[in-house]
Design a protein around this ligand. Structure first.
Ligand SMILES: [Fe+2]
Ligand SMILES: [Fe+2]
Length: 153
């Protein structure tokens, strides 16, 4: 991944995950098995994405800037907890093949959208700014050790 920035890689991953979620929503009242496949990809991909951030990316930012409690990664970790709880709400309905999860999906989408926007506009560029090329490459290397979500459906 030579030359790839944290911002471009992670923003692309957000877009890919958004696509799975949108497919799930479009398909859930037409073809539930296909919708469910998309939800699984969304859920495990999002869990992996959050693990990459919390275990690899944010610690680098915290180490380089000394900002921990009260800093931007602290806020992002809080939002991850909200996102995971809402993801679980939708997941419970998906497990029962119940498509009536519009409200939970909307809540999840609202939190996720503004969260991703803050990361793409502020946090990722800040990490690209403080990290050396070697440190950025090390992030991409370490990411290979986390392949999927801890409890993929
Ligand atoms: Fe995040
Ligand atoms: Fe993210």
């Amino acid at each position: 991944m030579a030359g790839e920035t944290i911002t471009s890689f992670y923003a692309h991953d957000h877009d890919q995950l958004d696509g799975y979620f949108k497919n799930f929503q479009t398909l859930k009242r037409k073809n539930y098995p296909q919708a469910k496949e998309n939800f699984k990809k969304f859920k495990s991909g999002l869990q992996r994405h959050i693990a990459w951030e919390e275990e690899i990316l944010f610690p680098l930012f915290e180490e380089k800037t000394g900002m921990t409690d009260g800093g931007p990664t602290f806020v992002m970790r809080e939002e991850h907890r909200q996102i995971k709880a809402l993801l679980e709400e939708v997941h419970k309905k998906v497990q029962r093949q119940n498509p009536e999860s519009d409200q939970e999906e909307q809540q999840l989408w609202d939190v996720l959208k503004q969260h991703n926007h803050k990361e793409e506009a502020i946090l990722y560029p800040a990490i690209d700014h403080v990290a050396s090329d070697e440190e950025r490459e090390a992030v991409f290397e370490k990411m290979k050790t986390i392949q999927s979500g801890p409890d993929s459906p």
